[in-house]
Design a protein around this ligand. Structure first.
Ligand SMILES: NC(=O)C1=CN([C@@H]2O[C@H](COP(=O)(O)OP(=O)(O)OC[C@H]3O[C@@H](n4cnc5c(N)ncnc54)[C@H](O)[C@@H]3O)[C@@H](O)[C@H]2O)C=CC1
Ligand SMILES: O=C([O-])CC(=O)C(=O)O
Length: 258
């Protein structure tokens, strides 16, 4: 599969290293869409990719699938065009809190027979949640995220501090670079307004910790994920980057687990 990558940040570099440098069977990043060609020109010689700054030329390049690893704004501006022409893997999932955008992408995916893949990102348990809610009988889902204080707030604090409590809808609006996980959790489960989120800035940790609790007719489940951060962007967990690779590998698998 030839991949077109949108973005050239921490996750994009992870994918370029793992797929093009270390090599993954049947996967190759061939095109990268960037805003500033000069800034990223070394990617061409380092990873054998071609850079694009014009979205149509990027989408018309010889790629089978688009991987978005940029930001929420890029999803708004680029994804409707992308889904018309290619299947898309999307990691800035927070963009989908905009129900108009979500409906538009769904309609376009149907019309052009494309797929939109949403990796689990920095969390897990989405398979369980979807199964548990298949009859609409999950009654509560909550997420408590703790991140190093320095990646969330400017001020210096001595003790942990709850900096947000509310719905996933509000969480992603206030913390668009940190709460994508709340939106994929809401999509897999009971919705944006019903999924409760607590965000804690903790000066004593160096991991991104997500604790998920769910209850319903199935029973109860609790997951805790203590993520190592990506060194290139400590706000982002290593697992989030790996989950894109996991999603890409699954696309061609005949044996599907979960
Ligand atoms: N779903 C999940 O669990 C997670 C999602 N994320 C999200 O993944 C995305 C990427 O994360 P990182 O690589 O750590 O971020 P990053 O900040 O290191 O890199 C983002 C890159 O995208 C580029 N970019 C921004 N707008 C663009 C546009 N319109 N066109 C082309 N490039 C553009 C930036 O210049 C930057 O190089 C972010 O939106 C982040 O919030 C991060 C962690 C977990
Ligand atoms: O990487 C993480 O731990 C979670 C994150 O930033 C997000 O969901 O936006």
């Amino acid at each position: 599969m030839k991949i077109g990558l949108i973005g050239a940040g921490a996750i994009a570099h992870f994918l370029l290293e793992e797929i093009n440098e270390k090599r993954q069977e049947n996967l190759r990043i061939t095109s990268v869409f960037v805003r500033d060609r000069e800034k990223h020109h070394l990617l061409e010689s380092n990873y054998g990719v071609k850079l694009y700054t014009e979205i149509d030329a990027f989408l018309d390049s010889e790629i089978d699938i688009v991987v978005e690893a940029a930001n929420i704004e890029a999803v708004h501006t680029l994804l409707p065009a992308a889904i018309r022409k290619k299947d898309v893997v999307l990691i800035s999932i927070g963009a989908l809190v905009d129900e108009e955008l979500l409906a538009e992408l769904n309609t376009l995916a149907n019309e052009f027979n494309r797929r939109l893949y949403l990796p689990s990102g920095a969390i897990g348990g989405l398979d369980l949640l979807q199964n548990a809610h298949v009859l609409g009988t999950v009654t509560s889902v909550s997420l408590t995220t703790r991140k190093p204080a320095s990646s969330l707030i400017e001020e210096t604090i001595e003790k942990e501090k709850v900096i947000f409590e509310g719905s996933a809808t509000e969480a992603i609006r206030r913390y668009p670079k940190n709460m994508n996980v709340s939106i994929v959790l809401a999509l897999a489960g009971i919705g944006f307004d019903e999924t409760s989120v607590t965000l804690v800035a903790d000066p004593k940790i160096d991991k991104n910790i997500h604790q998920i609790e769910m209850t319903g007719d199935f029973g109860e489940a609790t997951f805790t994920i203590k993520n190592n951060p990506l060194p290139a962007n400590p706000k982002t967990s290593y697992l989030a980057a790996m989950s894109i690779l996991g999603t890409l590998k699954k696309i061609k698998q005949k044996l599907l687990i979960g």
